[in-house]
Every structure is written in structure tokens, then in C-alpha cells.
Ligand binder design. Structure first.
Ligand code: KDG
Ligand code: MG
Length: 403
């Protein structure tokens, strides 16, 4: 039996911060797992180094489910983003190793392809409506079949989801949290108009998505969803914070606009009610933040029973390692909906070399064994960690709003 002989945590910042776990077995096989938790990276790195790596040495790398249960139940303290991101990294690295040992791409181990590629949505944005429309045109030209649209709300600089300049949109933008102003009234006055402008200009032959980023109350969200119904959105994302899962019943009663939730969830218990009462249409959990391939597959399987489809989180804070894992899983599950995809900056690929490919608006996994991602550790060493935080949102009276 092979055993785990080494597990190392690598923190690097090629374009943005990433935490990666690299596990090595006594047979010399290595596996990678993403452990990046935006703005809290070092908490996961410390959790892994101090409390998980010592437990891995000597274990059988083939026993993925047992290791998952051991780390989850054995800690006594369950769930939470730090714990579940750490478990995810171990889980993903062990699936990578299993694939390499078998000589098979991960999707084969997960039951084989149910589709050829995973349709992705891109992030179009603009400082004003004209810029947003130009950006949508760019994504249409690139062959995207699904596009998320966000425009800066007039009078609220730093509006969520808007790219500045030509680079990728990167919300973790400052060494201490940037404080951004938010007005629900201004947003509700403005957003339906620009989403309507997108449909007027480009029609209905592509999927249009919009992220509310937890900013509304259930009452406000119901009203917005109703106003957007004629635009036939693919989804309205995170209309309200989802700790109170039953609040989605009120949104459901108010509107038929489809709802997507879950990028901040880390376990099946965070979405059990949303799924089993069909309070959402898409579940957005990601491999990196919700316990790895083993646990996210369980969530997707539960969702399938309730006709809830998948739409995994895929912002730039998910490294190419977890993006590869997501694509392998996406092509195998029957209830796949869409995959979020924000391209990383070119410098990120000096460290991470994924083999998935974007074609016709879909990501296609390669046939390389395991995840199909290589990591250049020498290159990683040239990009030291830089503290970066997500912004904080404040209302006009100075009180803190949901970001
Ligand atoms: O780290 C936070 C980002 O991943 C998040 O703000 C992105 O809302 C997001 C999205 O839909 O990608
Ligand atoms: Mg979001």
C-alpha cells in the first residue's frame, strides 16, 4: 500500500493570492488541491499546516471518503469556511492522485462524461451602460453563450462587479478593506433599466445573468425579480443573504425569475432547506469552499432529486486547480446548469498550467490523468503573499451593509 509521505502548503501570489496543498505519496505520485479563501488565506494555510498535514502522513491516499470523514468528524468542530476549505484541498489532491494512479482523467473516475463540455458564463461590466453594452458585445464575439451583466450604479463609486481598466475584475483590491458606499434605492432605480437595455440591443439568444450580491431584503428582492421577469434572466444571484433560508419562500411567492445561491456556503447543511423546498433553481457551491469533490458531488446529487441545477462559483479567487476540479465534476453530473468562469491574469499561468480549454463558450477537460494541472513551484516562489482584502459596504448613514 502506498502512503502519504509529504503534504506541503504553498502560498503564492501570481496576480492574486492562492493557497495550494501538494500531497506526495511513497510511490512518488503528487496531487494538488486548492485551499484559497479570499482575504482569509493564511487562516486556511495555518489550519492545514498545523492541524491537518500531521494527520495525513502515513495514511492511504486511496481512501478518499475515509479521509474526508476523518477530517470532518474527527475535528469535532464541524463546518465553517476555514475547515471546509482545508478539507477541500486534501480531498481534491487525493482525487488528483487517484486519477494519476489509474492513468485516467478525473471525469472517468466520477462516472464518465454526461456532456462534452461545461457551458460557462463570462463577466461583462461597465462604468456606465454604454461600456456594459460594449463589454457584452465582446463576450458575444468570443462565443460565450451565457453572460453576467453588472454596471456601476450612478453615484456609488466602487459598485460591486465592475471591472476597472482592461484587466480582470478583482474584488480583493486593497491591503486593508476598501470602504464602498451602497444605496439600495439607487440600485433598484437603475438595474432594471440597464438589464433591459442589454436585451433591447442583443435580444434573447443568449443567457443573461445578474448578481445582486446579497444586497436586498426578501421584500426588495421579490419586487426586483418581478420587474425583471420579461427579461427572462437565466438567474438572479444572491438576492438576499441566505443564512435565513426560509426567507427565500417570500421571494419565490413574489416572482418566477430563477434564483441562484450558494457561493459562500460550505456544507450541505447550508443549502438543505433551499434545495429540498425548491426555494432556488441553481446551487452555486464550489469544490474549494464546500469540502472538495466528495462533498460537492453529494450536494449536487441531492439537488438533482429536487430539479435544482448546478452553477458553481468560479471567480478569480478560485485557482486553476479548483477550476479544473469543477470542470471534471460539471461534465459528469446530470443536473449541470452552468459554470462561472473568470479568466485569470496571464501571470497566474506562469505558476499554474491547466489543460482545460475554452471552446464555443464551454470549458472542456483534457484527457490528462487526474485534474490535468501542473504547478511550477520555482515560479511560485517569485510571487510572495500580499495581504489583500475584500471591500466593506456602507450605507449613506455610515452603517455597514452586506457586501
Ligand atoms: O471572493 C469573493 C468573490 O469570489 C465574489 O465576490 C465573486 O460574487 C462573486 C461571483 O459571483 O463571482
Ligand atoms: Mg456572486
Amino acid at each position: 500500500m502506498a502512503t502519504i509521505t509529504d503534504a506541503r502548503v504553498i502560498v503564492t501570489s501570481p496576480g492574486r493570492n492562492f493557497v495550494t496543498l501538494k500531497i506526495t505519496t511513497s510511490d512518488g505520485v503528487t496531487g494538488l488541491g486548492d485551499a484559497t479563501l479570499n482575504g482569509r488565506e493564511l487562516a486556511v494555510a495555518g489550519y492545514l499546516r498545523d492541524h491537518v498535514v500531521p494527520l495525513l502522513i502515513g495514511r492511504d491516499p486511496a481512501r478518499i471518503e475515509d479521509t474526508w470523514q476523518y477530517l470532518y468528524k474527527g475535528a469535532y468542530w464541524r463546518r465553517g469556511p476555514v475547515t471546509m476549505t482545508a478539507i477541500a484541498a486534501v480531498d481534491t489532491a487525493l482525487w488528483d492522485i487517484k486519477g494519476k494512479v489509474a492513468g485516467l482523467p478525473l471525469y472517468e473516475l466520477l462516472g464518465g462524461k454526461a456532456r462534452e463540455g461545461a457551458m460557462v458564463y463570462g463577466h461583462a461590466s461597465g462604468g456606465d451602460v454604454a461600456e456594459l453594452l460594449d463589454d457584452i458585445a465582446r463576450f458575444r464575439d468570443l462565443g460565450y453563450q451565457a453572460i453576467r451583466a453588472q454596471a456601476a450604479v450612478p453615484g456609488t463609486p466602487g459598485s460591486y462587479g465592475v471591472r476597472h481598466g482592461r484587466g480582470v475584475y478583482e474584488p480583493a483590491n486593497a491591503s486593508l478593506p476598501d470602504e464602498q458606499m451602497w444605496s439600495t434605492e439607487a440600485y433598484l432605480d437603475f438595474a432594471p433599466g440597464y438589464l433591459a437595455a442589454v436585451r433591447e440591443r442583443f435580444g434573447f439568444h443568449f443567457h443573461l445573468l445578474h448578481d445582486v450580491h446579497h444586497r436586498l431584503t426578501p421584500t426588495e428582492a421579490g419586487r426586483l425579480g418581478r420587474r425583471l421577469e420579461d427579461l427572462r434572466l437565466f438567474w438572479m444571484e444572491d438576492p438576499t443573504p441566505a443564512e435565513l433560508q426560509e426567507s427565500f419562500r417570500q421571494i419565490r411567492q413574489a416572482t418566477t425569475t430563477p434564483i441562484a445561491v450558494g457561493e459562500v456556503f460550505n456544507s450541505i447543511w447550508d443549502c438543505q432547506q433551499l434545495i429540498t423546498e425548491r426555494l432556488i433553481d441553481y446551487i452555486r457551491v464550489s469544490v474549494v469552499h464546500a469540502g472538495g469533490i466528495t462533498h460537492v458531488r453529494r450536494i449536487f446529487n441531492l439537488a438533482e432529486l429536487y430539479q435544482v441545477r448546478t452553477g458553481s462559483h468560479g471567480a478569480t479567487d478560485l485557482s486553476p486547480v479548483s477550476m479544473a476540479a469543477a470542470v471534471h465534476l460539471d461534465v459528469t453530473v446530470p443536473n449541470f446548469g452552468v459554470q462561472e468562469y473568470m479568466e485569470h491574469e496571464p501571470v497566474t499561468h506562469e505558476v499554474f498550467r491547466p489543460t482545460y480549454e475554452l471552446r464555443d463558450g464551454a470549458l472542456h477537460p483534457s484527457t490528462a490523468p487526474g485534474l490535468g494541472v501542473e504547478m511550477d513551484e520555482e515560479a511560485a516562489a517569485h510571487f510572495p503573499y500580499e495581504p489583500k482584502y475584500l471591500p466593506v459596504s456602507r450605507r449613506a448613514d455610515g452603517s455597514v451593509h452586506d457586501w
